[in-house]
Design a protein around this ligand. Structure first.
Ligand code: UD1
Ligand code: MG
Length: 452
């Protein structure tokens, strides 16, 4: 099997993002641009990865290590061009590999299959393989110059002649280089151009000059979208969402209005899950087979069991675990809570830091009071317990199995199994009071002033 060294360029300044955060740490689908790229590399069978970062980019390195723990890092101290950036990783290049893949950290939509095609071109004998695409607006991109059908050079726009600018096939930016020739090619790239930068795109002309073969593989614009602004970030998000919706439908998820459903890159939906319109999945959500997520629900860090029903208008926050057949209804918020099989909280509840036993029923408006202003406390509710509407369970507190809590109770002490707990003012009846009140002669009333 051929070995592959991936060099990820992530030294971009990101000033056009108008954010103190490094560009490659901005997210689409709840996952950083850099992570998208690294995940694609892993799927394409990379053996080693080097990330070229700018100075003070510890956060970028930390993010990369989370995905690929043995990533090596190289700092490019001065921005002198894409080829200069690749050469910052020279020690990794010297150690070598059969295939060298250079990939930009701000190109999150690249597919592993496409990286595979670039590698296949090297296996076929090319020294350099690039991605070509035909953008709606080619402004700013390098143009692929061909002679007799062969890729001859890439001309950056600032250096291109009028006829070269008319070329519609543009450079996607990423590149594959044969390991044996990579260092020789990269070291021969000069900076004799308008910007006086060392252009990676010049690798094509240099390789041809050395008598090697260069090829271009055409892909869609979406795959090579580079992100330089918040508007481009939003465009890439739209493309990614579209891909995730298609994948969910293809995997058997039912959605009547997929264009209104938003996923995270790590969302996992089981077979025959139904997602109604306008649902948002934040990070780290698993929904098991047969569950229904009804409209206008927001889920993050939640595990939804088989055949459960969530929403409409439900909010599941991190640490939520719903067992099989659980019902979470409208205006119910759940956080850091395990709700066991068949339990129900159908209306207007807050359940935080709790365990609710199987088959328990949480009445409308019942809440756990988990926070006392300084610390969080837990509520334990036994199986088949019944919590009456509008009750407040002041944690730490435990309600025993099969116990009843009367509506409107404020529960501050543990309730034994099968007991009834009432913690509310006793009702008083005053017979005929209302009628007497109405028949009482009204005191002299001032005539209302007419206002005009
Ligand atoms: C590059 C290509 C261009 C192609 C386009 C596709 C070159 C010279 N040009 O242009 O042919 O059409 O991508 O999007 O390669 N970087 C560094 N250090 C540097 C310079 C760049 O790390 O000194 C990184 C950037 O952070 C970025 C990537 O390399 O991730 C590409 O740089 P960028 O300035 O965006 O190149 P383009 O002008 O877009
Ligand atoms: Mg760019």
């Amino acid at each position: 099997m051929r070995t592959c060294l991936a060099i990820v360029l992530a030294a971009g300044e990101g000033t056009r993002m108008l954010s103190p955060r490094p560009k490659v740490l901005h997210a689409i689908g709840g996952q950083s641009l850099l992570t998208h790229v690294l995940v694609a590399l892993r799927a394409a069978g990379q053996t080693r990865t080097a990330v070229v970062v700018g100075p003070d980019h510890a956060a970028v390195a930390a993010e990369a290590r989370q995905v690929l723990p043995d990533t090596e890092f190289f700092v490019q101290t001065e921005r002198r061009g894409t080829a200069h950036a690749v050469l910052a990783a020279k020690p990794a290049l010297i150690r070598g590999a059969d295939d060298i893949l250079v990939i930009f950290g701000d190109t999150p939509l690249i597919r592993p299959q496409t990286l595979g095609k670039l590698r296949a071109a090297l296996a076929d004998g090319a020294a350099v393989a690039v991605l070509g695409f035909r953008p709606e607006d080619p402004t700013g991109y390098g143009r692929l110059v061909t002679t007799g059908g062969d890729l001859a050079a890439i001309r950056e726009e600032t250096d291109a002649s009028a006829s070269e600018r008319a070329i519609t096939l543009c450079n996607g930016g990423l590149m594959a280089l044969a390991g044996k020739q990579a260092l020789a090619i990269l070291s021969s790239i000069g900076n004799d151009n308008r910007k006086q930068e060392f252009y990676l795109s010049d690798a094509v002309a240099v390789a041809r000059g050395m008598g090697y073969k260069a090829t271009a593989i055409e892909v869609t614009e979406d795959e090579v979208r580079g992100i330089n602004s918040k508007a481009q970030l939003a465009q890439a998000e739209a493309v990614l969402q579209q891909r995730m919706r298609q994948a969910a439908l293809a995997a058997g998820v039912t959605m009547t209005a997929p264009e209104t459903v938003f996923f995270s890159a790590d969302t996992k939906l089981g077979k025959d899950v139904v997602v109604e319109p306008y649902v948002v999945f934040g990070r780290d959500v698993v929904v098991e087979a047969g569950a229904t997520i009804r409209s206008f629900s927001h889920l993050a860090g939640a595990h939804v069991g088989k055949d459960a029903i969530v929403g409409p208008f439900a909010r599941l926050r991190p640490g939520t675990k719903l067992g099989e057949g659980v019902h979470i209804g409208n205006f119910v918020e759940v956080k850091e809570a395990r709700i066991e099989a068949g339990a129900k909280a159908n209306h207007l509840s807050y359940i935080g830091d709790a365990r609710i036993g199987a088959g328990a029923n949480i009445g409308a408006g019942a809440i756990t009071c988990n926070y006392d202003g300084t610390g969080k406390h837990r509520t334990e509710i036994g199986k088949h317990a019944f919590i009456g509407s509008n009750s407040a369970l002041v944690a730490p507190v435990a309600i025993g199995e099969g116990a009843y809590v009367g509506s409107g109770s404020v529960i501050t002490r543990n309730v034994p199994a099968n007991a009834l707990a009432l913690g509310r003012g006793r009702q008083v009846i005053k017979a005929g009071w209302a009628k007497r009140a109405r028949s009482r002669k009204p005191k002299s009333k001032k005539k209302a002033k007419s206002s005009d």
